[in-house]
Design a protein around this ligand. Structure first.
Ligand SMILES: [Zn+2]
Length: 260
C-alpha cells in the first residue's frame, strides 16, 4: 500500500531592497509546519509549544532569513523563542545567529519540551539529532535521510546508519510523517526502502572493490547505476552529477575501509 501525503501549503513572499524571497509553509497540524525557501533545499521545522515557538534548522538561504522570520510571525503571531539544529552543518544552522540576535535561544536538545521527543544519533555526522513532534506525528530526521540526494552515512558508517534508522522507525507509529533534511516528506515505508537501498549500495560497492575495481570503474557498473537511481525519489532527470557520483563511491569505499 502506498500512502500519499497531502498537505496544505501557503507561500510567503517579501520583496524589499535588502531581501527577496519566498517561503513555502506546509501545515502538518495546528502546531507544526515545514517551512522551506523556494530556492533553498533545507526543510525547516516550526513547532508551537507551551514554552514558545521552536524553529528547527533555520536556514532558508541567508537572503531569505527576513522572509522566514516574517512567515513565522504571520503563522503564529509570535517570534521564534527557541532554536534547535539536527546537526551543525551550515545549511541547517546558518540562521542561528540571525534568530539569536532577535532574542531566540539556541538549545542543545529538546529536553525542555513535552511536545518534542529528541533522539541522539551518529550517522550523517558524529552528533545527529532527530526531533519527533508528537501532536503532528512528524519526525524531523535531518540529513540522516534525504529524498533529494543519495545517502550520506559517512560519520556512522553502515552500522551507525542502520542503528539510527531502526531508532527512527521506533518513534511514532506507521502513519508518522518522515521529514528529511532535504527533499519531500515521506512515510516509514519509504524510509525502510531507503535503508534497503543503502544496504544494497554498500554491498555492491564492497563486491566490486573486492573484484579489484577503482571508483571510476565502479561508476560504470550497470548494477550500481540502477541502485543509485533508486534514491531518485523525485524522479529528477539531473539527479546526481557525475563528479558527485564518483565522490559518493569514494566516500563509501573509505567507510568500508574503516570497517564500520
Ligand atoms: Zn543538509
Amino acid at each position: 500500500m502506498k500512502i500519499t501525503l497531502f498537505f496544505i501549503a501557503i507561500i510567503y513572499s517579501t520583496m524589499t531592497l535588502a531581501n527577496s524571497g519566498s517561503i513555502l509553509a506546509t501545515e502538518l497540524s495546528k502546531e507544526a509546519f515545514i517551512l522551506k525557501s523556494i530556492d533553498y533545499g533545507t526543510n525547516i521545522g516550526l513547532f508551537k509549544t507551551t514554552k514558545g515557538i521552536v524553529l528547527v534548522d533555520p536556514m532558508p538561504g541567508s537572503k531569505n532569513l527576513d522572509t522566514l522570520n516574517n512567515a513565522v510571525k504571520d503563522l503564529y503571531g509570535e517570534p521564534v523563542k527557541f532554536i534547535l539544529n539536527t546537526h551543525e552543518h551550515s545549511d541547517h544552522s546558518g540562521g542561528n545567529a540571525y534568530f539569536v540576535e532577535k532574542g531566540g535561544i539556541l538549545l542543545d536538545d529538546a529536553g525542555n519540551f513535552t511536545e518534542i521527543h529528541g533522539l541522539l544519533a551518529k550517522s550523517h555526522t558524529v552528533e545527529d539529532k532527530v526531533f519527533f513532534h508528537k501532536k503532528s506525528n512528524s519526525i524531523f530526521a535531518g540529513d540522516i535521510y534525504d529524498t533529494s540526494w543519495h545517502p550520506t552515512f559517512y560519520a556512522g558508517g553502515l552500522s551507525g546508519f542502520n542503528n539510527t534508522i531502526e531508532a527512527i522507525l521506533k518513534l511514532g507509529n506507521e502513519e508518522s510523517i518522515i521529514v528529511p533534511g532535504h527533499g519531500k516528506p515521506t512515510s516509514k515505508a519509504e524510509l525502510r526502502l531507503f535503508r534497503e537501498n543503502t544496504s544494497d549500495w554498500v554491498s555492491r560497492v564492497k563486491k566490486l572493490k573486492n573484484d579489484g575495481m577503482t571508483a571510476i570503474e565502479i561508476k560504470n557498473d550497470a548494477q550500481i547505476k540502477i541502485i543509485l537511481e533508486r534514491f531518485n525519489v523525485e524522479k529528477r532527470t539531473d539527479f546526481i552529477p557525475d563528479n558527485a557520483f564518483v565522490r559518493f563511491i569514494e566516500r563509501t569505499l573509505s567507510v568500508i575501509e574503516k570497517g564500520v
